[in-house]
Design a protein around this ligand. Sequence first.
Ligand SMILES: [Zn+2]
Ligand SMILES: [Zn+2]
Length: 236
Amino acid sequence: MYKPIRNEIFHVHTRRCKHAGEESDREYVNKAVTLGADRIVFTDHCPFPGDFFRNRMDMNQLEEYFKSLKDLRSEYENRIEILIGLEAEFLPGFKGYYEELKGNASLDILILGQHFYESPDGVWSYLEPDKSREFEGLFEAMVAGTETGLFDVIAHPDRAFRRCKAWNGELEHRSKTLVGAAEERGIYLEKNYSSMERKNQYWKPFWDMVPEELCLYGYDAHSLSELEERWRKRKQ
Ligand SMILES: [Zn+2]
Ligand SMILES: [Zn+2]
């Protein structure tokens, strides 16, 4: 079971996801050591069988990802702790696949990053022409994912409101349901530095509802420079 520590760099991507810098895993680890972190947590975008979804490694890169980070872990043993994770959307059709991942001894942490969702008629939400009510589906999927107990952390939960203009009772209600589900299971919610840098992705009224002990900060670093900048601006 994952437990955050002080002085850790949580939520780091790698070149495999196809929208990150070209730096190697070793360069991220070296940078984290130089900055003085005690731990680095890699959570690259999770591949899915069939490779239907964009912006992530291919299924056949997963073993190489695990091996690369395990080798670095042995090599850097006395300098920094390395955790190996994945960031995945919760898609009910892949339940068996998540269970398989959880049973994989190479994986230390699975985080829920709901970038899209599977609608009840089986359509992926990014294909829906009207995305104005997207937050409803994203929140429902995050609640369902939380209830499976498969995920250790919910990444950038408030990013689901990115298309919303102002806080209101409905957003409040959705948030309350998710925070309640997370609290019940002791699942952490991630305040995401990348969201904080963007418009309408970080919602303070959401965080006002979250108990301090369930909050953690995530870098969402897709390059060495993002990792370094966010370390300098970090809140803990
Ligand atoms: Zn990404
Ligand atoms: Zn994400």
